[in-house]
Design a protein. Structure first.
Length: 185
């Protein structure tokens, strides 16, 4: 298998399960390169499990199919998080593997740039990311649901990577702060 291209906004797409080993032939380059993208692809054609990481990284999949991998407006959460330059939006939307969420995916921005996507997380994974991630997501969950106290802890410990509610963890490329968001189906 070939070495994967580097994605500065999604540093380990195999760990996040957005790219998987596969013998599928890429619909863009017509080659079986040993890996296939399994995340969402927004295009007129059905591109499920048929794009290689190289055609995403070099923009050929976007050019050929007008495909996006992250909603442009969701980068920065529709203006809620830091504003980023159009070049960053284009790189994340058109040349970076996205990820599957329960609702419309969002891409955390911080320090005027897109953050690195580290992966979906339930309570056990959030514990591995550490106290900073736990507190950030817990505070966001509490403020958005108006749940507090022991009930908050009970709900929060029910977070699960495979079924909602789920956290989506990012790390700022500049200050290294952890952040992101949560959602549920």
């Amino acid at each position: 298998m070939m070495q994967l291209p580097q994605f500065k906004y999604h540093p380990d797409p195999i760990a996040t399960q957005s790219i998987e080993p596969s013998e599928n032939i890429c619909a863009c380059c017509n080659e079986a390169r040993g890996y296939i993208y399994t995340g969402p692809a927004y295009a007129e054609e059905d591109l499920d499990d048929c794009l290689c990481p190289w055609c995403i990284a070099d923009g050929k999949a976007h050019q050929k199919f007008d495909a996006t991998f992250v909603d442009e407006q969701g980068i920065g959460d529709y203006g809620t998080w830091d504003e980023v330059p159009m070049a960053v939006i284009e790189e994340i939307a058109y040349c970076t593997p996205g990820f599957a969420g329960w609702q419309q995916e969002r891409w955390w921005t911080h320090c005027g740039d897109g953050a690195e996507f580290l992966g979906p997380a339930g309570y056990p994974e959030l514990q591995l990311f550490g106290e900073e991630a736990l507190l950030y997501i817990k505070e966001m969950f509490s403020s958005e649901t108006d749940i507090h106290g022991p009930e908050l802890e009970e709900h929060f410990q029910g977070f699960n990577r495979e079924y909602g509610p789920t956290a989506y963890v990012f790390r700022c490329r500049h200050c290294r702060k952890l952040g992101g968001y949560w959602d549920s189906h």
